[in-house]
Design a protein around this ligand. Sequence first.
Ligand code: C2O
Length: 537
Amino acid sequence: AAVKSYQFNIQVKNVSRLCHSKPIVTVNGLFPGPTIYVREGDRVLINVTNHAQYNMSIHWHGLKQFRNGWADGPAYITQCPVQTGQSYTYDFNVTGQRGTLWWHAHIFWLRATVYGAIVIMPKQGTPYPFPQPDFEFNLLLGEWWNNDVEEVVKQGNKLGLPPKMSDAHTINGKPGPLFPCSEKHTYSMEVEKGKTYLLRIINAALNDELFFAIAGHNMTVVEIDAVYTKPFTTEAILIAPGQTTNVLIRANNMPSRYFMAARPFMDAPISIDNKTATAILQYKGVPNTLLPRLPKLPALNDSAFTLSYNAKLRSLNSLQFPANVPLKVDRRLFYTIGLGMDPCSTCQNGTQLVASLNNITFVMPKTGLLQAHYFNLKGVFTTDFPDRPPTPFNYTGAPLTANLQTSQSTRPRLSKIAFNSTVELVLQDTNLLSVESHPFHLHGYNFFVVGTGIGNFDPKKDPSNYNLIDPPESNTVGVPTGGWTAIRFRADNPGVWFMHCHLELHTGWGLKTAFVVEDGPGPNQSILPPPKDLPPC
Ligand code: C2O
């Protein structure tokens, strides 16, 4: 194992897209940011120095950070932000994981421009469990606003309504030629006839679950969220914000130019956002003037495609990479996902949209929850969540008003989990306002997605249909609109771990919570001591 060091300078840079130029926050002046290349077993040191007039904090999305929440990054959960002029070194080991993950700012909406790929190579001499690709590329899907993103958010908060939608979707930071002034802002990937390519696809968009396809080329899915899957071939993939998907493609079509395209999936009869980002797959030796053709993407609201796509996702569950699904459950949790209106004294209309779990809107603390837990600081948070069942209502057909009840707590309310206990969490969507699934992300863990369905979760019937053999293992899962998803994990990583909807809009509205996983009795079962340079609050 090696030590890999990176320097991340947070700096503002002018970038132009869609005929507009604006200053954006970047890492080292790059957009998207630099790729972290490591090998399974490496120690990684990333020094973040903040030269911008924004507070900063960076999350290594999907890395388990065993006993080491200090390096996890969500602001006010595991650390206070790195202030202007300050530095912090994220120091962590990459153990038991290989594949594609990513990093992003985890404070306000700054991840709109502060994000990049993490590539974890398998241990030396360990091949992939699929045909060796000849080459590989990273494809980061994102969103672009012409206005300053923090201003857009402020505007939304003032109205108590969703802020202005993004102006473009992007592939590797570029919208592609379907957008104005974007001819030269088009990502192009050159391939050679007959070769095999591994594409590491990351959804870094803030608010959109996306379809992605390549004209004239099928994709074979081999990995999601840095976990190998049973390979299957598909014309299009579905990828939620936060998720990563590795696919293999063969450059076996007629040498030409082909569009790759990404467009949202919105599970509602109304078409809201159909902006299509494109990039080009170009065969070697083909003239740049050839007009590429577009791939066929599923329709905006094609929930039949998404259901069948998700059903194909299975853990590889081989001898070498077994799926250790907890079969016995020590702790059962049931959280409802809701959207509602709350009174708001600073908002123009006196009300604002809020989101909740079990009718509770999470309030952010002013000090890091992990510090509060580790140093036993009283009065920062409580561990009484959830202390009562959710307000009863009809999950699927009730009049809207019955489903809108939320209340704000005065302090963050967390759930306390005993070390090494097995947890089953059922997430039940109840809001009828939303048009897309909620991509729930858990920090510090992977979980198994043992079941999902449309309508009300039935505790008597649904568990008998769980997949406990080869369910997909991931760190982010889409909870379908008007449906439910059941996940299981073993709480073997002590710390304070954030869980939230990876739609930035919903996180901002309070669709989040955290788990306190207690220390175990053994010598390597407790939280490591905090690093000396941990940013103070
Ligand atoms: Cu990728 Cu808490 O997020």
